[in-house]
Design a protein around this ligand. Structure first.
Ligand code: C5P
Length: 239
């Protein structure tokens, strides 16, 4: 089924402080191989070419991030910056409120997943267009995951049934609005699919990608820089 981009919106949440990276500036502004993490993230969104509307949620008062967003020029795509909130769900709601009412598919994407390949966006949009109310990309977990209380293991989870969930997460717009309208405590909400799950609506899992990892720690940033340099070398060799 073909997808009309004018009815698709992407919310890029970039309003986190990024304290675990330790740079003392919003994470989306941190440089990765000569460009900000936000610019890398937007490259993926635009290369996917699935959405006619992109809203980037930035920390209130973050003039530099705003100016990066306002400098983006994409044919047939409206792009604007929106002030975020104290929690990720608040930031997503600010982005939702800034999308046109006639958007019927919404993707929510972490700017911190700056190297997410375009095909992940396309697969998520296609799955929603084909009828899923909510779709999340997931990858198998390689570590053994244990539940711990204090310093004591209380159980070990069956790894075969676990997935590490990434973004972009895609939703039928009405479902996402309803999920964000329901009452809940924002502090325990780490992704949008959790809100949909709490309404009892099924969430489908699609194929994620190792490149969609979240840049959280200095190690992640080193990996991201190495991957960008490698991709540039490869592109030069192909010329
Ligand atoms: O904190 P966490 O790593 O879960 O953040 C995931 C994404 O949510 C990041 O891209 C971050 O910028 C964004 N975020 C936000 N507003 C907040 C907190 C996080 O946009 N208040």
């Amino acid at each position: 089924m073909s997808v009309d981009p004018t009815r698709v919106g992407v919310i890029v949440v970039a309003a986190g402080a990024g304290e675990r990276l330790g740079h003392g500036i919003p994470k989306a502004l941190v440089q990765c191989a000569g460009r900000t993490l936000l610019e890398h993230a937007l490259d993926g969104v635009f290369a996917a070419a699935v959405a006619g509307h992109v809203r980037v949620v930035v920390p209130a008062g973050a003039a530099k991030l705003r100016s990066i967003v306002e400098a983006q020029r994409q044919p047939r795509v409206t792009v604007s910056a929106v002030d975020g909130g104290a929690s990720r769900p608040e930031s997503v709601r600010a982005g939702l409120d800034a999308l046109p009412d006639d958007v019927d598919i919404v993707l929510v994407h972490d700017a911190a997943r700056a190297l997410t390949p375009p095909q992940v966006f396309r697969a998520v949009v296609t799955a929603v267009r084909n009828g899923a109310a909510a779709v999340v990309p997931g990858i198998a977990v390689s570590d053994t995951i244990k539940v711990v209380e204090g310093n004591t293991v209380t159980s070990t989870l069956d790894r075969t049934s676990l997935r590490a969930i990434q973004t972009p997460q895609g939703f039928d717009a009405a479902t996402l609005r309803a999920a964000h309208g329901a009452s809940r405590s924002d502090s325990v909400i780490t992704d949008d699919a959790m809100l949909v799950e709490s309404l009892g609506i099924p969430v489908s899992v699609g194929q994620g990608d190792p490149l969609a990892f979240k840049v959280t720690t200095p190690n992640d940033l080193m990996l991201a820089e190495a991957l960008v340099h490698q991709a540039r070398r490869y592109a030069r060799e192909q010329q």
